[in-house]
Design a protein. Structure first.
Lengths: 249, 252
């Protein structure tokens, strides 16, 4: 347990020390602020988009969970696995007194923390920026937006774990990244051709948070989709761990 | 007492290279040198010992713990440099060692500075490793290998990229640690002269097999250096192989 904790700290520190991580966090912070400024400007000068300030957290969540967060997760997961194989730094951890099971778990935990931090920063930045827009009070919306952000964690993590699995098959970041983006784009487009596929595809649940907003959705549906997403997480985590455990360096 | 036991270990890659049926053990305080030409299987053997690859057959025990079954216990007091001296380029030398130090909660906080001092990197400890020369990276890797006060240190080409002064420093550090603290070393190198100055036992590898194993002082005579001995042994083996294949061809 101590070593799992130690390596999780190590992985988080490695993530933090990368310039890219700080750049992505800055982007997560700036996009809602810039959007709020634009909204305020349009409201004042054209009179349209009134009341969107209170919806800013949900608008931002929609934008980030569709494209930006998956992209950040792809890069982080690929860097953490294929990137370390390519840079020959993975062996630095593997020769220490820590089992591969714990190394894998700690890398995934660091990615989970990274995702949670992004969602947290995005919520704070968009909520505060939303308040600044005239008529953007979040009356009644705070609880819903918190629920939505918390719910988004699950499908995003499932997608992150799929990329972790993909990264085990590549020893170069370019190959892993290209494959992850291709699979994500294909999975997003596939339901347009075969709509029945959407129910089973984890990539169709990036806007899963919508189900958690308000009181319209039955507990049964929420439970079913939760179990589906958790099953995806367990399956891809196990598959990724198996490949990682057998990796020959 | 055997610190490291390698028993009938085989690992063959698809191209037919690897190591075949290698067995040896290392006792406490030994400086064991692994010598052989490029492609002899030295690095593969060290990777097998460190659990980076798994053997097809055989077993490896460190301090009595099987590497494939009780990895954490086996690696508890082992330090190593394998293949190349790699580090996280985007971090400082100090931060690189801090990552390693987290695995050893009993290590005093001053140990990182001591290790950097020991290899002469103290003045550069806040600099990013990306700007280091190959020799500085090699020194950092050595500091990382020695950080946890290990009882067994495994070094793959530890003098790679070092200048003459650096090579002598590394040699002296190894001898000093073996003598004063009883630390056991397994060192792979193609620099036979270097190894002959510090190793007390030598294993010669050729084509994935350990062809000779023994004490340095038993092999050497006044007329023959270790380098000459190693070359003569490999030459003799090649002649045996050529003779064997000639006989086989003739029989067919």
């Amino acid at each position: 347990m101590d070593r799992l904790y130690a390596n999780t700290l190590n992985e988080m520190e490695k993530l933090w020390k990368r310039r890219r991580t700080k750049g992505f966090l800055l982007l997560t912070l700036l996009v809602p602020i810039i959007s709020a400024i634009l909204l305020a400007f349009l409201q004042n000068h054209t009179g349209v988009f009134g009341g969107l300030g209170s919806n800013l957290p949900m608008l931002m969540l929609s934008l980030f969970t569709f494209a930006l967060l998956p992209l950040f997760l792809f890069m982080t997961a690929v860097d953490s696995f294929s990137g370390e194989v390519a840079a020959r730094t993975l062996k630095l951890v593997l020769v220490r007194p820590i089992s591969r099971t714990k190394v894998f778990a700690s890398k995934v935990l660091a990615i989970a923390v990274y995702l949670a931090v992004h969602l947290g920063v995005l919520w704070i930045a968009s909520a505060v920026s939303g308040w600044m827009v005239p008529g953007g009070e979040m009356a009644g919306g705070v609880l819903d937006s918190v629920k939505a952000y918390a719910a988004s964690f699950v499908p995003m993590m499932a997608i992150g774990l799929i990329v972790v699995f993909i990264a085990q098959c590549f020893s170069s970041t370019t190959g892993a990244m290209a494959t992850a983006i291709f699979i994500y784009a294909a999975a997003k487009l596939f339901p347009f051709v075969f709509p029945q596929f959407a129910v089973w595809s984890v990539f169709s649940y990036t806007n899963w948070y919508v189900l958690w907003v308000g009181n319209g959705m039955s507990m049964n549906t929420l439970l079913n989709t939760s179990v589906l997403l958790l099953s995806y997480c367990i399956i891809v985590y196990t598959a990724g761990w198996l490949l990682f455990d057998r990796k020959q360096l | 007492m055997s610190i490291l036991e390698v028993k009938e270990v085989t690992k063959l890659y698809k191209n037919g290279r690897g190591v075949r049926n290698v067995s040896f053990d290392i006792s406490k305080g030994d400086i064991f040198g692994l010598i052989g030409p490029n492609g002899a299987g030295k690095t593969t053997l060290l990777k097998l010992i460190m659990g980076l690859i798994r053997p097809d057959q055989g077993s490896i025990r460190i301090f009595g713990h099987c590497v494939s079954e009780r990895f954490e216990q086996a690696m508890e007091i082992v330090g190593c440099i394998i293949e190349t001296a790699d580090a996280y380029d985007y971090m400082s030398a100090y931060d690189n060692l801090k990552l390693s130090a987290r695995f050893y909660p009993d290590l005093p906080k001053t140990r990182i500075d001591q290790s950097l001092e020991q290899v002469g990197l103290a003045p550069y400890k806040r600099e990013r490793v990306g700007g280091f020369s190959l020799g500085m990276k090699q020194r950092l890797a050595l500091a990382s290998a020695l950080l946890s006060n290990p009882q067994l240190v495994i070094l793959d080409e530890p003098t790679n990229g070092l200048d003459m002064e650096g090579m002598v420093d590394v040699r002296n550090t190894i001898q000093q640690l073996a003598l004063e603290q009883g630390i056991t070393f397994l060192i792979s190198s193609h620099l036979i002269h270097d190894l002959s100055m510090i190793a007390n036992r030598i294993g010669i590898m050729h084509n994935g097999s350990l062809i000779r194993l023994g004490k340095v002082n038993e092999w050497l005579t006044e007329e023959m250096t270790l380098e000459q001995y190693v070359i003569s042994q490999i030459q003799a083996l090649k002649e045996e192989e050529d003779y064997g294949s000639f006989i086989r061809q003739y029989a067919e």
